[in-house]
Design a protein around this ligand. Structure first.
Ligand code: C2E
Ligand code: MG
Ligand code: MG
Ligand code: MG
Length: 283
């Protein structure tokens, strides 16, 4: 079986063989309860324009503090949710919280968007576009201020079905981003056909561009490809100023990473925004 050990020592089983192990079932039950009680917290990481430093948006990232085991990373509990039928309520919770927060920031005068991650399963759910439309209506966030992040592999599972849902989301005016670009099964032909707005270069390519000319060549090509396809190109995982300067030289549009800010609780994010844009502080 495949078992991973987290920092907190929590073991989350991901293989089918362990689907019914008592430990795994207990974690699934705890996760179900956490989702129902809204104990899954959403944190926000700013996305800024590389050339100007202007904040354009924030990515929503789910956090789970298990009452007994402590922090469980999303790389552990998202797969658990995906394999136990919990990803749908989890996604809807993150989507709703994110849109409410985005509405608040926009009322404060910040013209920013929010980005929410989708699991592959979500692209198989034909009612997703209707749910998204309803939540946009309820929160008053314009469709163009919502970005949904998907991965290449989530499309490959059922390209035809996924395409129908992506087209409907696109028709609503929602923006779509390809996340972790470069790590999945990329069909360049498919990329050209997708109604996407944004390409996010995976941080594994970004992190060493200041010291490794090969990584820099990969990032340069990705930026060129993105621009050739009229996409906004985002670099993830920017941890220092050198990396940021290189990305600026390469013409990468947007950046995200610990150098700008770690993901922040919603209230802290609002404070961070206000501090960064002093002229709006008193508004
Ligand atoms: P992702 O969507 O690619 O999110 C970016 C990840 O990179 C986040 O990890 C973020 O905290 C981390 N990160 C950001 N800047 C830096 C940096 O400068 N250095 C380093 N080392 N890391 C950085 P996180 O929050 O642990 O999330 C991991 C993955 O879990 C996400 O990757 C996403 O695929 C998934 N995930 C998180 N929240 C959700 C959710 O609400 N729904 C779904 N379906 N997946 C989620
Ligand atoms: Mg993402
Ligand atoms: Mg990513
Ligand atoms: Mg990722």
């Amino acid at each position: 079986y495949v078992a991973k050990t987290t920092h907190a020592g929590v073991r989350v089983y991901t293989s089918d063989d362990d689907r019914n192990s008592p430990r795994r079932l207990a974690m699934v039950a705890d996760l179900r309860e956490a989702i129902q009680r809204h104990d899954i917290v959403v944190v926000f990481q700013p996305k800024i324009e590389t050339a100007t430093g202007l904040v354009v948006g924030a990515e929503a990232l789910a956090r789970w503090h298990h009452p007994a085991h402590g922090f469980v990373p999303p790389d552990e509990f998202i797969p658990l949710a995906e394999h136990s039928g919990l990803i749908r309520p989890l996604t809807l919770h993150v989507l709703e919280v994110s849109l409410r927060r985005c509405a608040t920031w926009r009322r404060m005068g910040h013209d920013i968007h929010v980005a929410v991650n989708l699991s592959p399963n979500s692209l198989q759910e034909s009612d997703l576009p209707d749910i998204v439309a309803r939540l946009l209506g309820q929160t008053g966030v314009p469709a163009s201020a919502l970005t949904l992040e998907i991965t290449e592999s989530s499309i490959m599972a059922d390209p035809t079905g996924a395409m129908v849902i992506l087209d409907r989301l696109h028709a609503l005016g929602v923006k779509l981003a390809i996340d972790d670009f470069g790590t999945g099964y990329s069909s360049l032909g498919r990329l050209r056909e997708l109604p996407i707005h944004e390409m996010k270069i995976d941080r594994s390519f970004v992190q060493r561009i200041a010291v490794d000319h090969r990584d820099r060549a990969v990032v340069r090509s990705a930026v060129q490809l993105g621009h050739a396809l009229d996409l906004m190109v985002v670099a993830e995982g920017v941890e220092d100023e050198h990396t940021l300067l290189h990305l600026r030289q390469e013409g990468c549009n947007l950046v995200q990473g610990f150098f700008i800010s770690k993901p922040l609780p919603a209230d802290d994010f609002a404070d961070w925004l206000t501090a960064r844009i002093p002229q709006l502080g008193g508004a």
